[in-house]
Design a protein around this ligand. Structure first.
Ligand code: MG
Length: 183
C-alpha cells in the first residue's frame, strides 16, 4: 500500500493555490462578515477570519480546492483535451461540475451552508464578483470554491452563536435556581 499524503502537505498546497490565484483569507472573511453581521451585530472581522481559517483546515475543502484550481489553471494553459477545454474555458452554463465539487465540500457544515452557497452562487459578492469579471483568467471552479468556503465559514459562525446563546440561557437558569435555594 502506498503511504498516505501527509495532511500538512495537502493543507499547504490548497492554501498556496488560493494565494497564487489571488484569493486571500481576508477576501473570504469580508464576504462572511457581510453575510453574518445582520444576524450578529457584535460580530468582528477577526472572528470571520478565524472561521475561514478553520474551514480551510478541513480535508474535503482542501481536496476540492486542489481539483478545481488545477482544472482552471490547466484550462488557462490550454492543456485540457477537447471538449472539456472549451467547456471549462467558456464556463458553459450547463456544465455544473464546478458547482457540484464546491457544493460537495459544504455538506459538513449543515443545511445553512448549503442554502448560503446557493445564495452566493447567484449574488456573486466581493471577491467572487471580481473573479467572475477578470479576463483572460479562467476561474470557472475558483468562484464556486470561494463561495463554498465563505458559506461554510458563515454557517460555522451561525452554529457557534446559537451554542453561545444556549449556554448563556442555561447558565441564567442555573443561577436563578441557586438564588432561589439561597433565598
Ligand atoms: Mg463557476
Amino acid at each position: 500500500m502506498k503511504k498516505p499524503v501527509p495532511c500538512e502537505a495537502v493543507e499547504k498546497a490548497a492554501r498556496e493555490k488560493l494565494t497564487e490565484r489571488g484569493v486571500t483569507v481576508q477576501d473570504i472573511a469580508n464576504i462572511v462578515y457581510d453575510l453574518q453581521v445582520k444576524y450578529n451585530p457584535e460580530l468582528t472581522i477577526e472572528e470571520c477570519y478565524e472561521s475561514v481559517d478553520a474551514v480551510l483546515r478541513k480535508r474535503e475543502i482542501q481536496h476540492a480546492i486542489l481539483v478545481g484550481v488545477e482544472l482552471d489553471t490547466l484550462a488557462e494553459q490550454k492543456k485540457l483535451s477537447e471538449p472539456l477545454q472549451s467547456l471549462v474555458e467558456s464556463d458553459e452554463g450547463l456544465f455544473g461540475v464546478d458547482e457540484t465539487i464546491a457544493l460537495g465540500s459544504v455538506f459538513g457544515f449543515g443545511s445553512i451552508a448549503v442554502t448560503t452557497f446557493g445564495y452566493l452562487d447567484k449574488q456573486k459578492v466581493g471577491i467572487i464578483d471580481e473573479l467572475d469579471k477578470r479576463k483572460p483568467k479562467i476561474d470557472t471552479f475558483l468562484d464556486d470554491l470561494v463561495a463554498s468556503i465563505a458559506a461554510s465559514a458563515a454557517a460555522r459562525l451561525a452554529h457557534r452563536q446559537r451554542d453561545r446563546e444556549e449556554n448563556r440561557r442555561l447558565e441564567d437558569i442555573k443561577q436563578r435556581e441557586n438564588e432561589e435555594l439561597i433565598g
